[in-house]
Design a protein around this ligand. Structure first.
Ligand SMILES: Nc1ncnc2c1ncn2[C@@H]1O[C@H](COP(=O)(O)OP(=O)(O)O)[C@@H](O)[C@H]1O
Ligand SMILES: N[C@@H](CCC(=O)OP(=O)(O)O)C(=O)O
Length: 263
């Protein structure tokens, strides 16, 4: 790895952005902004796929649990997305970097015309050294019989974006150090796997769902994202988002950090 990676997509999950007590983790968000802005100044093209709209909304409303009702969740996302972007644009501006918001549904990337418009927008933002911040457009994402607009998860969304914009690397920041041979939150003897060069049924069996309060997809969706990336002959690193400065180590070629997916 190293400097040949010029276009980087970073995905950050809710469990990195929200403390277990429900408060917004401003420390991580600040370090994320610092890291991406620094790399942007060094000439990397940085794209951020950020979850957290619902988590930030729950925090601002003083709630601890998301409602099971779809319309309620969509309303929460509508409230939280503006707050999330307010925090990001403020922090990135502290580091002299502008951000632009892009909200996507699956159909937008599936249809060639809308896909091309989105790609043009992202290219233009990157050309102007602006960091696109992408999330699913939750208030309009629904799965009905003949109308599939949802990504299963932001892990999937980040992999779709990374393949469409031909990113050199997708970095998935989670609340866990690496992909393990089984869920380390359930098994204390789990071992980290440092490099995955091909998907196997054993690896798929090792991945289970989220065991945190606010995360959604767990390792299952991260492994699916990795499969999408590897099919496109691209690369992905899964690592701990506690301190996003870990991204510097990854780009410096430190192979002891997280799990690398790809040849
Ligand atoms: N094989 C595995 N290796 C690592 N983590 C796993 C594994 N299987 C399940 N997990 C769980 O996946 C969680 C991360 O997913 P999730 O909570 O959805 O986070 P995020 O908000 O970052 O998307 C971990 O905290 C862990 O409990
Ligand atoms: N679009 C949702 C995120 C859904 C999601 O994929 O969350 P996560 O598993 O934390 O990456 C939100 O912003 O709350």
């Amino acid at each position: 790895m190293g400097k040949q990676h010029q276009r980087i997509v970073v995905k950050v999950g809710t469990s990195s952005l929200i403390y277990p007590n429900g408060q917004v983790n401003l420390r991580t968000i600040d370090r994320l902004a610092y890291t991406l802005a620094t790399l942007n100044h060094q000439g990397y093209e940085m794209v951020l796929v950020s979850s957290g709209a619902i988590g930030v909304s729950l925090a601002s409303l003083g709630l601890t649990k998301r409602s099971a009702e779809i319309a309620q969740q969509q309303a929460l996302a509508a409230i939280g997305q503006t707050e999330l972007m307010r925090i990001y644009s403020q922090r990135f501006l502290d580091y002299q970097t502008k951000v632009g918001q892009i909200l996507l549904t699956r159909d937008v990337l599936d249809y060639p015309v809308s896909r091309q418009h989105i790609l043009n927008t992202i290219e233009t933002l990157l050309g102007d050294a602006v960091v696109p911040i992408i999330n699913e457009n939750d208030p309009v994402s629904v799965d009905e019989l003949d109308h599939h607009t949802t990504f299963s998860d932001n892990d999937e969304l980040s992999a779709q974006v990374a393949t469409k914009i031909k990113a050199d690397l997708l970095i998935v920041l989670s609340d866990i150090d690496a992909f393990y041979d089984r869920d380390p939150h359930k098994f204390t003897d789990a071992h980290p796997i440092r490099h995955v060069s091909e998907m196997t049924p054993e690896l798929e069996q090792a991945a289970s769902g989220s065991s945190t309060q606010f995360g959604t997809g767990g390792m299952v969706t991260k492994l699916r994202a990795a499969a999408t990336i590897m099919q496109a002959n691209q690369h992905m690193v899964l690592c701990n988002g506690r301190d996003p400065k870990i991204i510097f180590q990854i780009l410096d070629g430190n192979e002891e950090v997280g799990t690398r997916f790809g040849k």
